[in-house]
Structures are given as structure tokens and as C-alpha cells.
Design a protein around this ligand. Structure first.
Ligand SMILES: C[S@@+](CC[C@H](N)C(=O)[O-])C[C@H]1O[C@@H](n2cnc3c(N)ncnc32)[C@H](O)[C@@H]1O
Length: 328
């Protein structure tokens, strides 16, 4: 039986950067605590087909368009293609995408290319930069970032499913400059003054302690480094947050929904400057919807069918707010 705890543990990305990481031992401690989770029977569905796949770097790798393209159909036998397809199905629901894997188009729940287009228009120079994508999910954006030739992109996300999703894609992409770890944003304070650019998109409203979270992210960044933050919030120009009594869009994990002004103030108080709100708009069904690769409930089920400006609970429907800020 494959021991993924050992595979994860041996793949020590941080060794190369040891001299620049004063909390190197604590990072290793955190990884040591995470590793045994990978041997639990509950994660077997994510690797039972994966282990049977061939492993090679595909000649076809293109991350410049809307779809992350990995693999040409001609590179696989029919038998191998079937296995790859089965493995792709095992990762349903695909939340972020699209991908094109050996000719199979994966139309994910989110058209993440739209988010990337907005972000790309304000990016600082990423060439040779150390980048962290916090809450990187299945690593869609990490591949998109490669176009800009960063030193590396470290994606962190504590969900084990996404670790195996990353291993599946890397099995054929084998990109040396991206790396995935199952650390969470709560570990960012272990990377003192390390990253040039941090992406923190679609997560802060799920944090119980958003101020501490922003302070941890600030700690991880070099002075003058750039934060790209994207949040689900509410409309309005006053510095308020909506604090749902129970569920918001059927989920319990929305702790608060800020206006752009509330978010700006939080950033000011956590040592960020040059705060620029570069986009804000109501989320729509064009960007988040059910697809064959994500068949369960989606935005249309979370909004009031008679009034899409409200959630099913009667709260204001979410606006997405895009912010760029610099560490002081
Ligand atoms: C709404 S998704 C956003 C994904 C992606 N960043 C985007 O903008 O499309 C939230 C992501 O945060 C991840 N996540 C959950 N807890 C986290 C934590 N403590 N630290 C970092 N990421 C976390 C989830 O697994 C999920 O991939």
C-alpha cells in the first residue's frame, strides 16, 4: 500500500529556503502533525485510481488561455485514457477551472478564468517572485501564474482532496516551480518576511478572526510586497459588515460580509497601505453555476428565486470585492 504520509513528508520544498525561514523547524512540526492524516482510509477514494496512472511530463502544457491545458490525447493508450478519465471523475465536484486534461474539458462550477482576468490586469511583476496562493483549492490559479515566470508558487490548502487533485495534475504537468502544502492560513506567521506576493481570494469571510488572519498574512510578506485579496461582501460605501445570525447562502461558514470600506479599514489597521479596490460587482450565474463536473447545489440554489438580490435567508446577495494592497 502506498503511504502518502511518507510521500508528503519527503517532498520537503522548504529545505532549499531554510536560510530564509527562521521558523523552519516549526513549519516542519506543522507538516509532521498533518502527515498521518494522509494514511486514513477516508482519503483512499482520492488515490485509488491515481496510483494506477502512468507518470510522465506531457509535451502539451499551456496555461495562457482560459483553460489550464495539460496533456494531448495521443500521448495515452485507450486503456490509460479510461483510467485518467475515471480519476478525473473521482474529483467531482470540480469547483475551480476550466481544465483541459488529455482532451477532456472540465467545466468547473466556477469560471475561475474570469477571476484571473480581473486579477491579472493589476498584477505587479511576478517574474522571479516568491508567491503564495492561500487556499489554492485544486491549483488552477497556480498554473495560471506560471505564465509570469515566478521563482515559485507555493499553494496552501488544508483540504486533503485538493492535495491529491494537485498530485493528479502534477503527474502530467510536472512543473518544478509550483508546490502544494496542506498548511492553512493560520500557518502564515511561520513565514516571516518571506513572500513577495500573496493571493488570498475567497476565504477571509470564512475566518472567525479576520484581523488576526490579515496580521498573519502581513507577517509572511516582505516589506513592499503585494497582497491580492478577494472577498464576498455586501454593497454599500459605509464601513459595515453583515453578521448573519445563522446560515448565509445555506452555509454556516460565513462569519461576516464586509463592505469594501470595512475591508479597506481592516487592511489599514493591519499594516497595509496603497489599498486599491480594483473591482466590485454582484456575483452572477454566469460565473458560478452547476455543470456536469460539479452537479450539486450552486449559486442559483442559494439566492431567492423571486429576487436574486437576496439570499434564500433574505440577506443581501453577495458582492465580490477585489482589493490590492501593499505591506508597509
Ligand atoms: C471559496 S474557496 C476559494 C478558492 C480560491 N482561492 C478561489 O479564489 O477561487 C476557499 C478555499 O479555502 C480553503 N481553506 C479552508 N480552510 C482554509 C485555511 N484554514 N487556510 C487556507 N485555506 C483554507 C478551502 O479548502 C478552499 O479551497
Amino acid at each position: 500500500m502506498v503511504k502518502y504520509s511518507e510521500i508528503y513528508w519527503r517532498d520537503n520544498f522548504y529545505e532549499k529556503w531554510k536560510d530564509q525561514l527562521p521558523s523552519y523547524d516549526l513549519i516542519q512540526q506543522a507538516r509532521e502533525d498533518i502527515a498521518p492524516k494522509l494514511d486514513r482510509a477516508t482519503v483512499e477514494p482520492f488515490y485509488k485510481t491515481l496510483v494506477q496512472l502512468p507518470q510522465f511530463q506531457s509535451k502539451l502544457r499551456d496555461y495562457r488561455g482560459d483553460s489550464v491545458i495539460i496533456g494531448d490525447r495521443e500521448e495515452l493508450t485507450d486503456e490509460q485514457f479510461k483510467l485518467v478519465y475515471q480519476c478525473l471523475e473521482e474529483f467531482i465536484p470540480w469547483r475551480k477551472g476550466p481544465f483541459e486534461i488529455f482532451g477532456t474539458h472540465i467545466d468547473a462550477e466556477w469560471r475561475s478564468n474570469l477571476k484571473w482576468d480581473r486579477v491579472r490586469s493589476v498584477l505587479p511583476d511576478l517574474k522571479y517572485k516568491k508567491i503564495c496562493d492561500v487556499g489554492c483549492n485544486n491549483s488552477y490559479y497556480m498554473y495560471r501564474m506560471l505564465e509570469h515566470q515566478p521563482e515559485f508558487v507555493l499553494g496552501i490548502d488544508p483540504m486533503m482532496k485538493y492535495y491529491f487533485n494537485y498530485l493528479l495534475l502534477q503527474r502530467f504537468a510536472a512543473e518544478p516551480n509550483i508546490h502544494f502544502d496542506m498548511l492553512g492560513v493560520e500557518h502564515m506567521n511561520l513565514f516571516e518576511d518571506f513572500f513577495d506576493v500573496v493571493f488570498f481570494m475567497g476565504i477571509i469571510y470564512h475566518r472567525r478572526n479576520p484581523i488576526q488572519t490579515l496580521m498573519d498574512i502581513n507577517t509572511s510578506m516582505k516589506r513592499g510586497g503585494t497582497l491580492i485579496l478577494e472577498v464576498s461582501g455586501i454593497d454599500g460605501d459605509e464601513a459595515y459588515c453583515l453578521f448573519p445570525e445563522d446560515r448565509y447562502m445555506k452555509a454556516r461558514g460565513y462569519w461576516f460580509l464586509p463592505t469594501w470600506k470595512a475591508m479597506e479599514n481592516m487592511l489599514k489597521k493591519t499594516n497595509f497601505s496603497e489599498i486599491e479596490i480594483f473591482d466590485k460587482f454582484p456575483l452572477d450565474f454566469h460565473e458560478q453555476r452547476k455543470t456536469d463536473w460539479s452537479r450539486w447545489e450552486s449559486l442559483e440554489d442559494f439566492l431567492d428565486p423571486d429576487d436574486p438580490t437576496k439570499t434564500v435567508e433574505g440577506y443581501p446577495a453577495p458582492h465580490r470585492i477585489y482589493i490590492k494592497a501593499v505591506k508597509k
